[in-house]
Design a protein around this ligand. Sequence first.
Ligand code: PDD
Length: 291
Amino acid sequence: MRYAYVNGHYCRHGDAAVHVEDRGFQFADAVYEVWGVRYGGLLDAEGHFQRLARSLQELRIEPPCTRPALMRIITELLRRNRVRHGLVYLQISRGQARRDHAFPKKPVPPTIVLTCKRLDFAAADTRAEHGIAVITVPDQRWGRCDIKTVNLLPNVLAKQAAQDAGATEAWLVDDNGYVTEGSSTNAWIVTKAGKLVTRQADNAILHGITRARIFECAQSLGLEVEERAFTPQEAATAREAFLTSATSFVMPVVAIDDKTIANGKPGSLATSLRQTYLSQVYVSGPASHAK
Ligand code: PDD
């Protein structure tokens, strides 16, 4: 049986529910986090907790519980669902209130929901051996993409457009013609000189926890990282391209808008970075049930 956690209770996944006037449901007035899970442990737990705290603060939503309490909930949820490899999803909304755009005058308790699911990382490894294709679409999102809100409609439409085109991810392009990031991943290229390039962590992108970790991996491999915007044209003629996220780790990109990147095979640096990431990423104490 699958379990979810909703406002203090573990319940059957199929019965888990929030109120029809939850502000997350009505206004996307909510933030979320996603942790990768390997061997029963959370990847980069601390980084995701810190980003969650920042997202909540930016939207002026009170944290519904302390970090240790949240960690206990996550551990219990993984145990109940017997998830060893997969992800944990957390969503916190401003809570339930009579529908009015402005914040509730009398503060209401935030709604907290957690779910988890298994992922087949062996299949992802195989995908990484072949690389994936991306398409580009206009970035139609709002001006605070650095906050991890559930306001994801443009991302949803972009990902669907990618799938409709037979690709895996959509890279979003801003009004100046530069790639911001993927619909649910950060975007990277490798220049002919072997330098890694990824967009600066401004308000136009989510400051990926995996992205930050890749800076450290690059350093340990003696690679230089340049934070600047790049165009789809530069990506198409780059030596390599790849994307990063909590659940795809480092995924080589071998085509962009039907243009093959380099020889159409995963680049050696992306492949090394994937291995280095998986060996260096901090896994918070794998739960004993998962060993
Ligand atoms: N997505 N950019 C966007 C828009 C994202 O939604 C994500 C994460 C990332 C990568 O961030 P991180 O390395 O911290 O996972 C970049 C998650 C996995 C999701 O929405 O499922």
